[in-house]
Design a protein around this ligand. Sequence first.
Ligand code: S3P
Length: 162
Amino acid sequence: MRTVYLIGFMGSGKSTVGELLHRKSGISYLDTDQMVVDQYGDIASIFEKEGETQFRAYETEMLTRIPDKNYVVSTGGGIVEREENHTLMKQNGMIIHLDTSFDEITGRLGEDPTRPLWGQYDSDKYKLYIHRRNCYTTLADFTIMTDQKTPETIVTEMMAFL
Ligand code: S3P
């Protein structure tokens, strides 16, 4: 199986669904946020001390380390901010978009301090959402609507695609 990348906005459930797919199928699992944390420390501190550009460079570095077969990978919501990452994911595997409505996202995230960009965007949250969603839609090989679905249902839909 080619490596599968889960993309989608913050709060779309990429990590929950990725871990569940891993538990149900035995496919190895990686999370680019977790890889960055393991190597460089917590994300909020990276944003604060080193800035977003450096965080994006760390994300790209992690993508280059991921094997092109037999992995499911949860990505950070901003992975699409770098064109280079589009190419890395497209060349290396298949891309699944977890598509979640803006209302659902705002309900799930609230004012989450661990998600630096979300808190920082204030009135531009919807603009960020639309910009990102356009990127996810363009990149995806397969899209799963996630509103009102349990992680189990989403994983079942994903396994049917794989
Ligand atoms: C980000 C999303 C986060 C994390 C970082 C930046 C973003 O991941 O990578 O805080 O720019 O959307 P999640 O999508 O897992 O929240």
